[in-house]
Design a protein around this ligand. Structure first.
Ligand SMILES: O=C(O)c1cc(=O)[nH]c(=O)n1[C@@H]1O[C@H](COP(=O)(O)O)[C@@H](O)[C@H]1O
Length: 234
């Protein structure tokens, strides 16, 4: 599916080395997908790997889920902007002052700034997990609460599960971007993901971008797995 949003699939490069990440990337086409660099790969390979992905023509979501005091977090998103990434994220539970400081800090980058989104409730979490950290509300309620806070701080959207997408599109508006991991084609194992949806159902529910890791990266033929998902959502 290719529209004004660009490629809707973001492949999570959860690899332990640059060589294994690039071996996959070099089979892919930037017209079909974007790439996500997360904590493991960035900690091992650093900004140099992001530059290599840019040189290959890919837009990069730097998924480091910053969560710290406003001064520290806003400096971190500015560093991501200097690296030229397409999207960067923070935890919405960092609160209003932290998210506002990040949004304000990115203003100086003008139109070239990355999209700034906030993680709501991790897709690996259930109501029981939330209760374990003192939140008695359902994941859907907590996601909507954090999405409302995120939008009020002027961010571009949230990370949530596709299960929450219909309510968020209705309540937060069509332009508020919904980035949804926990995507599982019907035949895929769920692993540690709890709030899951198939690619087609996620798009139908209102997801703007689908984050897909293991169903593609662990597939016997990753390119075929990507093409199958692209065709499913077209
Ligand atoms: O921010 C994220 O990307 C993220 C948020 C979330 O709530 N759940 C979640 O799974 N992710 C990331 O999305 C990817 C999902 O990978 P798979 O479960 O292998 O498809 C991983 O890289 C996670 O770090």
């Amino acid at each position: 599916m290719q529209d004004s949003l660009g490629p809707r699939i973001i492949i999570a490069l959860d690899f332990s080395s640059e060589a294994s990440a690039l071996a996959l990337v070099d089979t892919l086409d930037p017209k079909l997908c974007r790439l996500k660099v997360g904590k493991e790969l960035f900690t091992r390979c650093g900004p140099g790997l992001v530059r290599k992905l840019h040189e290959r023509g890919f837009e990069v979501f730097l998924d480091l889920k910053f969560h710290d005091i406003p001064n520290t977090t806003s400096a971190a998103v500015a560093a991501a902007a200097e690296l030229g990434v397409w999207m960067v994220n923070v935890h919405a539970s960092g609160g209003q002052k932290m998210m506002t400081a990040c949004r304000e800090r990115l203003e100086s980058f003008g139109a070239d700034r990355p999209l700034l989104i906030a993680v709501t409730v991790l897709t690996s979490m259930t109501a029981g997990d939330l209760a374990g950290v003192g939140i008695e509300d359902s994941p859907a309620y907590q996601v909507n609460r954090l999405a409302t806070l995120t939008r009020s701080c002027g961010l571009d959207g949230v990370v949530c599960s596709a299960q929450e997408a219909p309510t968020l599109k209705l309540e937060q508006g069509a332009d508020f971007r919904l980035v949804t991991p926990g995507i599982r084609p019907a035949s895929s194992e769920h692993g540690d993901q709890q709030r899951v949806m198939t690619p087609a159902a996620a798009i139908e529910a209102g997801s703007d971008y689908l984050v897909v890791g293991r169903p593609i990266t662990q597939a016997a033929d990753p390119l075929a797995a990507l093409r199958s998902i692209v065709s499913e959502i077209s």
